[in-house]
Design a protein. Structure first.
Length: 83
């Protein structure tokens, strides 16, 4: 469950010497998206196309609303031109 995943972060930080910020910003979203995609595949196999399309649209919307603006802000902070 998600509680177990979040509770195991401290052990991961201590054993692998990885920062909590890296885990929260990079690893947890990757794991979350993998679960989301697995759910979409299960729904597609069960021929529930409406749910599968809803998951795909939701995932695309998340990327459009967060990742793209975040990348632009980071590029601006680093002085990287966007053209």
């Amino acid at each position: 469950s998600s509680e177990w995943l979040v509770g195991s972060i401290d052990g991961l930080v201590e054993n692998w010497k990885i920062g909590k910020a890296f885990i929260g910003i990079v690893l947890l979203p990757i794991v979350g998206n993998a679960c989301e995609h697995a759910g979409a595949i299960r729904m597609a196999i069960a021929e529930k196309v409406d749910i599968t399309i809803g998951i795909a649209i939701g995932s695309s919307t998340q990327v459009a609303l967060f990742v793209v603006p975040f990348s632009v802000i980071i590029g601006w902070a680093l002085g990287q031109p966007m053209d």
